[in-house]
Every structure is written in structure tokens, then in C-alpha cells.
Ligand binder design. Structure first.
Ligand SMILES: NC(=O)c1ccc[n+]([C@@H]2O[C@H](COP(=O)([O-])OP(=O)(O)OC[C@H]3O[C@@H](n4cnc5c(N)ncnc54)[C@H](O)[C@@H]3O)[C@@H](O)[C@H]2O)c1
Ligand SMILES: [Zn+2]
Length: 356
């Protein structure tokens, strides 16, 4: 079992390894002790069918009473309606402030359950049990929780750190290759902002699906996220570096009416901003080639069929919240990105330079 300690407003561990679901009750007891009487598992219907029975028996074997809240899988469930149903469920089951939530699933589950944990009784403990690679390498760590509003994604939320993150790497085996790629994109992003060695490592691997590869990528991505979060938990400065590839990535997601998934769009976004940065003379070395080669190695589809005008319009649709400038994350050298503030009027030229 691998352990990474996160020292934020709460100090907690990220444990990863094989067979952790079956040990979850004992591992949670090590952290929360016998204070909680009840644990509420929160999960979507797909993950429920795959993994909640194993988690449920592990919790009850460790002496906890377990209850379960299941919601329909998918981003549409990451809403205030589901939060409201979950809060009512917690109240009906009489969870107290010393009881806890266990989020079993991908980023949707973690964000929704974490936000509900932050607001129920003004905050109860929660444990993240990520079952997608994206959740393991990104969303389960760092304490950003929240849901979507009709006006846009992730517009309601709270900073609320988990007490423990348990990543059972066996759960990754049932993920589709596309979902695995979504997580790999975030791991490559972490490498681009802080670990040039990751690119030589990827160069030498055979297959993304190998457990050793998943283990290495997730460890490095979590360590890099830890370093950034420890420095800037509330996202007012360096944490923005984690948005590398995301401004254009989000625009691609929007242009595709969310048919292109987040990780796939971020992969394209990283390529476009790296090429733009090279062409604009902002990069001190060619960061595009190693990033492109790593993505191609894992067979990411990287063809972007949108024009610079379409992408700019989509990126600036949230302009009211941003003012007249936009902050881009640009690669200066491989493993070292910087924040670059630009007038929004220059964005289209930058994207154009990235599409050439
Ligand atoms: N809080 C943060 O810091 C942060 C960071 C990045 C992304 N996010 C959020 O994360 C969400 C995306 O996360 P996601 O891609 O994990 O989405 P998700 O939770 O919807 O999971 C994707 C799909 O995979 C299925 N699934 C989950 N685990 C599985 C498994 N082991 N085997 C088979 N199928 C499985 C789910 O049922 C779902 O259909 C977005 O809402 C995004 O905003 C949050
Ligand atoms: Zn992302």
C-alpha cells in the first residue's frame, strides 16, 4: 500500500493499492475511530452494482452501521436537486455530526457527496473512495467540492477536505479505455506543470492499462497536486496552474455540447496552448513535442474540428465573471508552467497560433 500525506486545513492520507475496498472499514476506523456510529455510502447506480456490496460489508465488519444513498450515474446528477435529496436522506437516517459520508465513485460522486458533507449540520467528515482514474489522480484530493447550477458547471461549492482517500486500484479494471484516458490526461497535465521526468517515463511504457503504469501516473499526479494544494488551498494563486490545458479544453467541451469528455478536451487543450506558446515565443523550449508524443502513445484522439473563433466565443461566454483579462497557463519549459494574464481581445490570436 502506498501512502501520501496531504497537509492542508486538515491533514489526511491518500492510501492506494490493491484490495483496499475489503479493508475500508478497518482503514476508516484507524482515522475516525469509534466516533461515527453510522456511515452513509454515496454512490451512483453503476458503481453501486459493481462495488458497494464489498464496501458495505467491510464497513459493517468493522462495527459501523452503514446506510446507502444511490443516484443515477452521470453529470446531470451533480445538481442541487440531488444534494437536497441526499441531505434529506441523511436527516431521515439521523446521521449526527460525528457520523460520516463515504463517497464511492468517480468525480461526480466525490464532488456531490463532498459538498453535501460540507453542508449537512454545517459540516460532517467524509471519506473519498475514488473508482475512476480521474477521481483518483485529481478530484478526490484537494478539497474542492461542488455541484453544477443551470447557469454553469461547478458554480456552487465549498472547500471541504476529506479525512481519508482510499484508492483501490483494482476498481480501475472495470473502466472503459476512454474513461482511463480522461484520468491519464490529468496525470500528463500534472507532469507538464511539475515533472518533466514523467515524459521520459511514458516514453518507456508499453500500455496505459498496466497496473504499474497506473500506479506510477497516479502517485506522481497526486504528489504534484498535493504540493500545489498545500501552497494554495483556496485557489488564489499557484493552484491555477492545475488549469493547464483547461481554458481551451473547457471551450472544446462546450463547442461539442459536452460530447467530448473533459479529459479528452483537456488533452486537445494542452496541445493547442503548447503550440500557441511555442509560436508566440513564450516557451523557452519545445514542450509541444513531448506532450504530443505522450498523448499519442496512449492513442488520444487529438483532432480538433473547431475554429479559433468558435473556441474563443465559447471560452469567453463566462466573460462576465472574468472581466477584461484572462489568465492562461503556458508551458515555459517542460515541467514548468507559468500564469500569463492577457487582454481577452488577444485570446483568438493565441488560439489561432495553437491551431496552425
Ligand atoms: N473537485 C475537483 O477538484 C475536480 C477535479 C476534476 C474533475 N472534477 C469533476 O469530476 C467529474 C468527472 O469525474 P469522472 O470522470 O470520474 O465522472 P463520473 O463520476 O461521472 O464517472 C464516469 C462514469 O464512470 C462510471 N464509473 C465510475 N467508476 C467506475 C468503475 N470503476 N468501473 C466502471 N465504471 C465506473 C460512473 O458510473 C460514470 O458513469 C466532473 O463533474 C468534474 O467537474 C472535480
Ligand atoms: Zn480537469
Amino acid at each position: 500500500m502506498d501512502t501520501i500525506t496531504i497537509t492542508a486545513s486538515r491533514v489526511y492520507q491518500v492510501l492506494s493499492g490493491s484490495g483496499l475496498l475489503a479493508q475500508a472499514g478497518r482503514l476508516i476506523r484507524n482515522v475516525l475511530g469509534d466516533k461515527p456510529k453510522k456511515l452513509c455510502i454515496v454512490t451512483d447506480d453503476k458503481v453501486d452494482a459493481l462495488y458497494s456490496a464489498a464496501l458495505f460489508s467491510s464497513l459493517t465488519e468493522a462495527g459501523y452501521e452503514a446506510v446507502k444513498f444511490v443516484f443515477p450515474m452521470g453529470e446531470a446528477s451533480k445538481s442541487m436537486d440531488t444534494v437536497s435529496e441526499l441531505l434529506e436522506f441523511l436527516a431521515q437516517n439521523q446521521l449526527t455530526r460525528s457520523d460520516a459520508i463515504v463517497a464511492l465513485g468517480g468525480g461526480v460522486t466525490g464532488d456531490l457527496a463532498g459538498y453535501s458533507a460540507a453542508s449537512y449540520l454545517r459540516g460532517i467528515p467524509f471519506v473519498q473512495v475514488p473508482t475512476t482514474l480521474l477521481a483518483a489522480v485529481d478530484s478526490s484530493v484537494g478539497g474542492k467540492t461542488g455541484v453544477n447550477l443551470k447557469a454553469g458547471k461547478n458554480l456552487a461549492g465549498a472547500f471541504w477536505q476529506p479525512c481519508l482517500v482510499l484508492f483501490d486500484m483494482d476498481t480501475i479494471k472495470t473502466l472503459s479505455y476512454d474513461l482511463l484516458l480522461d484520468g491519464a490526461a490529468e496525470a500528463i497535465k500534472a507532469g507538464a506543470i511539475a515533472d518533466r521526468e514523467l515524459f521520459s517515463y511514458i516514453n518507456g511504457v508499453q500500455e496505459l492499462t498496466e497496473p504499474a503504469v497506473i500506479g506510477h501516473l497516479s502517485r506522481r499526479a497526486i504528489e504534484i497536486k498535493r504540493n500545489v494544494v498545500e501552497e494554495d488551498e483556496r485557489d488564489t494563486g499557484v493552484r491555477q496552474l492545475l488549469n493547464f490545458g483547461h481554458t481551451i479544453g473547457h471551450a472544446i467541451e462546450k463547442c461539442s455540447s459536452f460530447q467530448i469528455s473533459h479529459g479528452h478536451a483537456v488533452a486537445m487543450g494542452m496541445v493547442i496552448i503548447s503550440r500557441a506558446s511555442l509560436n508566440m515565443g513564450w516557451s523557452k523550449e519545445d514542450c509541444l513535442t513531448p506532450i504530443l508524443e505522450s498523448l499519442e502513445k496512449f492513442r488520444f484522439p487529438l483532432e480538433c474540428s473547431y475554429t479559433a473563433a468558435q473556441l474563443t466565443q465559447a471560452a469567453l461566454r463566462d466573460k462576465k465573471r472574468m472581466g477584461d483579462t484572462i489568465t492562461l497557463v503556458v508551458p515555459v519549459s517542460l515541467g514548468n508552467c507559468q500564469l500569463k494574464k492577457l487582454p481577452v481581445t488577444e485570446l483568438e490570436a493565441v488560439i489561432k497560433a495553437g491551431l496552425q
